[in-house]
Design a protein around this ligand. Structure first.
Ligand code: BTN
Length: 246
């Protein structure tokens, strides 16, 4: 991974650049990096704040050759990879909020977005987009993000070496992806649960407009979140936004 590197000073979104390169045949593990994104994309059509020189805005091309229903597993895999890399390179004990935001003290330091191109029910390629708030200062954030986001620098109290962190993310990603191909999702799911801030907590989720409240019990074999309602019923949540209540 990372042997092919495409570096941009500024671009709309590294996801778009990676999609274009993947379509042209770029190999698995190719990395697209930008100092700044003018139209960074988040999950569910949201914008992702990506100011110049302060973060890691990266997209990695994967060619998993799997049906589309396995994609949530790769999303969780990417979360585990970044969480491990952050813990390895910094002293910051980041945790994962389902499906794959990274939090420090309840505030977001990283978002992950997986997008895939499908043909004949199979994934032709998939782009793992990772945005890490590395060296942003508190006053870099626009008002609406001030209380919900933070950076590794703020959390660690010292600037973080972006290059070392990128290298660690690529290493962890490659290791976990290799393990996933050999042994399937099981070991990835176990690691995810160990780093998760969600399992065992009271949560509310909206999945396809349906509100679910209960205790997050863990992941099922597909990577979906299992939530136990107070009436004892078990609900499988495939996607959506989660709120951790207690
Ligand atoms: C989210 O938190 O909703 C996901 C955010 C993903 C952001 C990354 S930054 C690099 C890549 N390029 C994008 O436009 N988005 C992803």
């Amino acid at each position: 991974f990372g042997r092919w590197l495409h570096l941009f000073e500024t671009t709309v979104s590294t996801q778009e650049e990676a999609m274009r390169l993947a379509k042209q045949g770029a190999p698995e593990g190719s990395l697209v990096l930008a100092e700044e994104q003018t139209g960074g994309r988040g999950r569910q059509g949201r914008k992702f704040f990506s100011p110049s020189g302060k973060g890691i805005w990266m997209s990695v091309i994967l060619r998993p050759q799997q049906p589309l229903q396995y994609m949530p597993q790769l999303t969780l895999l990417a979360g585990v990879a970044v969480c491990r890399a952050v813990r390895r390179v910094t002293d910051v004990e980041a945790v994962i909020k389902w499906p794959n935001d990274l939090l420090v003290d309840g505030r977001k330091i990283c978002g992950i977005l997986l997008e895939s191109a499908v043909e004949d029910q199979r994934v032709r390629y998939c782009i793992a987009g990772i945005g890490i708030d590395v060296n942003l200062d508190a006053d870099d954030y626009p008002e609406e993000l001030k209380h919900v986001a933070t950076s590794l620098k703020e959390a660690a109290g010292t600037p973080i070496d972006r290059t070392a962190l990128i290298a660690a993310v690529m290493e962890e990603l490659e290791d976990l992806y290799t393990l996933y191909r050999q042994e399937g999702f099981k070991p990835i799911g176990v690691s995810w649960e160990a780093l998760s801030a969600t399992v065992g907590r009271q949560v509310s989720v909206r999945d396809n407009g349906q509100a679910v409240e209960g205790t997050a019990e863990g992941l099922d074999a597909s990577g979906a979140l299992l939530v136990r309602r107070t009436d004892g019923s078990l609900v499988t949540v495939f996607s959506g936004d989660i709120q951790i209540n207690s």
